[in-house]
Design a protein around this ligand. Structure first.
Ligand code: HEM
Length: 275
């Protein structure tokens, strides 16, 4: 068995049959399980059967088992939940974003009206739009807290450097989500703020002007700009984020998490034979 397949925890292992169960008299009274007994048994096992069916065809259970029941170091605390909290913030953004995309129109002449329509007329539109707007801030705050945790706990050191680098790319992509999303309501504030942000990008050395041209979809702001931001905001950048979160979590499962820095390795007294 590989290192990634720890045994199932006790509460998930099937219980051995009790002696009394062998003499069980079924619901037909003939000592054999009747139809109702069989149905009950089948219903109780249906979940395990579906998982068994999938596992036989995909072979994913060793990975899932390794991921879900892996050992974590002593002293693991709530700060270790910040990564998962960031992931849930991303999932919430994805779900609310899908609902917004059902009503939003990325056309320069219609974008503002469609956003106002979501807020004022669509059922729960204001709630979903606000969740998406505040969720983006929550995700960025959680991201920085998670990054701070991994930095302070020294989790960026060998052998986790690659996961740190993936994290940095995730950070840049998450900020890119904020930038590209800001233009979409297409009101005065989002329009002028985006002009400032794109001009800031343009001032970067060497590649700055190319980034600005790419974002604008040309040398000037035009109706293409909002379509471009929309494509980046709901296809390219979230796709990259989802793929990189997958790689990030794979490495977390493979390398395990770092123990808190204040925990010293336990000293084991050596026996005479070992000395
Ligand atoms: C969308 C953004 C991100 C998500 C969803 C995410 C998710 C996670 C999760 C669930 C874990 C395991 C649990 C934990 O230690 O908190 C983790 C670990 C880690 N993350 Fe992130 N992360 C993100 C961004 C970042 C960033 C920006 C960095 C740093 C630049 C980073 C660096 C790390 C490192 C080094 C670990 C390993 C921690 C250890 O071994 O103790 N992550 N991440």
């Amino acid at each position: 068995m590989s290192r990634l397949t720890p045994p199932l925890p006790k509460f998930l292992r099937p219980a051995p049959p009790r002696p009394a169960e062998k003499e069980h008299v079924g619901d037909n009274g003939a000592g054999e399980p009747g139809r109702a007994d069989k149905l009950r048994e089948d219903a109780a096992e249906s979940g395990a059967k579906v998982i068994g069916w999938l596992d036989e065809r995909t072979g994913t259970s060793p990975f899932m088992r390794g991921f879900l029941f892996r050992k974590v170091p002593k002293g693991t605390n709530w700060f270790y939940a910040l990564g998962s909290a960031t992931m849930f913030a991303f999932l919430s953004q994805a779900v609310t974003g899908i609902f917004l995309a059902m009503y939003y129109n990325p056309d320069a002449t219609r974008a503002y009206d469609s956003a106002a329509h979501i807020t004022n007329e669509v059922f729960a539109g204001e709630l979903v739009r606000s969740m998406h707007k505040w969720g983006s801030t929550v995700m960025i705050v959680l991201l920085f807290l998670h990054m701070g945790r991994t930095f302070v706990f020294g989790a960026y050191k060998y052998p986790r450097e690659l996961n740190w680098v993936i994290g940095v790319v995730l950070l840049v992509l998450t900020l890119a989500m904020g930038l590209t999303g800001y233009l979409l309501p297409f009101d005065q504030r989002s329009y002028w703020a985006t002009i400032v942000a794109v001009n800031l990008n343009a001032s970067a050395p060497l590649i700055g002007p190319f980034i600005a041209d790419f974002l604008r979809g040309g040398a000037e702001f035009s109706s293409i700009t909002i379509t471009r931001f929309y494509a980046l905001h709901m296809l390219l950048v979230p796709g990259l984020i989802a793929a990189l979160i997958g790689a990030h979590l794979y490495l977390v499962a493979k390398l395990g998490t770092t123990a808190p820095p204040w925990l010293k390795a336990e000293k084991k007294e050596l026996t005479k034979e070992e000395i």
